[in-house]
Unconditional design. Structure first.
Length: 78
């Protein structure tokens, strides 16, 4: 973890951003009191599924089953 004052951050902002991109955290201080923190963004790694079965398990059903919706819409027409 790196500490840097506001004036130093203004002078060398791109250098600190490069360090954050590499995984370091930067504490921003004003008169030696912490006022903020720059941290790297966590990148989501897309998960890969090995099979269609895993995909089906990963999908969570919402609402009524489609077969019920179709039957209800047919009943409404007649």
């Amino acid at each position: 973890m790196i500490k840097a004052g506001i004036k130093e951050m203004r002078k060398s902002f791109s250098e600190y951003i490069n360090r954050v991109q590499k995984g370091e955290e930067v504490i921003i201080t004003k008169r030696d009191e912490p006022v903020g923190k720059l941290v790297p963004v966590e990148k989501k790694i897309p998960s890969t599924l090995k099979s269609h079965k895993e995909l089906r398990k990963a999908i969570k059903p919402m609402g009524k089953p489609l077969s019920e919706v179709i039957l209800e819409s047919r009943e409404e027409r007649f």
